[in-house]
Design a protein. Sequence first.
Length: 299
Amino acid sequence: MKNKVAIIVLAVLVAVSFALGVSGLVKPVMKEKEKEEYVVDRPIGYLIIRSDAPAFEKEEDGTVKARAEKIVPEDGSMPYMDYVFDIPRSYSIYEYKYVNVFYMHADPVFAIPETKSKIDLSQYDDGAREAIAFEVTLPVTLDASVFYFVNTVYQKADGDVYAVLSDADLLVLPDITIGGKMTVTYENKVNVDSDDGWNEYISKMEIELKSGSVAEKIRITEFDKDGKELKRSEETSSSFSDKAYTPDDNCEYMFLEYKIGDSVHRDLIEKGETDMFVPAKEEDGIILQACQEILWKAD
């Protein structure tokens, strides 16, 4: 794709050079311009960096590169490359391309189903526009001294992933005790003017900051097919860790209950579900879900 601005400037140079009788001097310039392409990297998602993050390596232009990391799936499927930002106290979510396949990168704070984070990809009918949208929930403990910088992540044609850092993209965490949450929307649009027409890339992120706390008490109650209670167990947020839970052989369903402040949350877990989640961890002011794998008796 040729830069139309460059082509217009080149035409002016050629006209002037012929008028002055020095067209030979312009030929090297023409050849050099022909080599240039107007490349706009595709916006693929967002990187949120806390204001209290430690120093990290940046390029001279203020961008930061993601590290390529080979992933070998446990299910035996083909290995692929993930792109990771090695920045403590940062949270990223983006959809990137490796070879001819699109993959999703979501840090743990976004990857747990209970956060209700989601991604929506759409290709417009005219084929000239591509949109990618994210809706994420970030459960946080209130800290008026912490700011969140939201930065757009891009991918180059050769696969490299990087983020553009800008203090203009700033999400301030105020006192959100009233209503318990606030929602901020960021949108980034890139227009590519090429010889083939306009190509438009749109990325949009809706962030819900939500005040959160870890669970104080956790209770698991099992029932058989007739609704008879089989077993009841209680745990704390510290004991509810990444371990497996084995229900009774006759268990058909169970209730997972946990208390946060004055609120009690109750989830129905039916036979066959593989995991249960509880907000049981806090790292750098972010509330994370702890997961227990459920090992049901084989039928």
